[in-house]
Design a binder for this molecule. Structure first.
Ligand SMILES: CC(C)(COP(=O)(O)OP(=O)(O)OC[C@H]1O[C@@H](n2cnc3c(N)ncnc32)[C@H](O)[C@@H]1OP(=O)(O)O)[C@@H](O)C(=O)NCCC(=O)NCCS
Length: 180
């Protein structure tokens, strides 16, 4: 599918949040999760994404790219400061890299009905191209989604760190830390 990858505009934040929210809910369904039982987890996931977009609006941080099909946002990817989970992974690896040199890929979502058509790959390639121009030496990310794990394994190989049964009643959390 022909999509354009470009920077998210502040005027498009609501559109991006709508897409991300839809994909999160679809993804829990695809992973066979009981939406009622996991309401708290789903809501906190949505809230995290909302906060990221509000931060983006306020400070231009994190840095967001979107995939657009005409005017519709059909994919997102961002990078920002590493979170506590990545910090724990670094501790587990006994890595003493300067944390300022590590960034985290976040908010990687593609519209459910057009997943598997290369849009996630396009978003990631463009982000990696841009990251090479920054001061960051390492890129990290975490996921608990089964489909997400398959995507990242295609891109970065086996996870660098696994936190088993990290998500109660859901499963493991997989972490990758790779050179930019
Ligand atoms: C993960 C995601 C961003 C990938 O985007 P995409 O546009 O579907 O991925 P692509 O079409 O570029 O796929 C790239 C490769 O990963 C594989 N892949 C992607 N999603 C997969 C899945 N759910 N199951 C198995 N393989 C998958 C593709 O088969 C493809 O392999 P190939 O190179 O051998 O053809 C997207 O599917 C998505 O939004 N998923 C739900 C949310 C999520 O898991 N986000 C990432 C975790 S934070």
């Amino acid at each position: 599918m022909e999509v354009k990858i470009e920077e998210l505009k502040k005027t498009e934040i609501d559109k991006a949040l709508k897409l991300i929210s839809e994909v999160i809910v679809d993804n829990f369904k695809l992973d066979g999760v009981d939406l009622v039982k996991f309401k708290k987890e789903i809501d906190s996931g949505l809230e995290l994404q909302r906060q990221r977009l509000l931060n983006f609006s306020a400070k231009n941080l994190p840095y967001f790219l979107v995939a657009k099909n005409k005017e519709e946002i059909v994919g997102t990817i961002a990078y920002g400061p590493i979170d506590d989970l990545i910090k724990s992974a670094l501790k587990k690896m006994e890595k003493s890299e300067d944390k300022r040199l590590i960034t985290e890929l976040i908010s990687v979502y593609v519209k459910t009905s057009i997943q598997g058509k290369g849009i996630g790959s396009q978003l990631l390639s463009e982000m990696m191209r841009l990251l090479k121009k920054t001061e960051y030496k390492y890129v990290s990310l975490s996921t608990g989604y089964i489909g997400g794990k398959k995507f990242w394994e295609k891109k970065f190989g086996k996870p660098t760190v696994v936190f088993e049964k990290y998500f109660p009643d859901y499963g493991d959390c997989w972490i990758w830390i790779k050179k930019v």
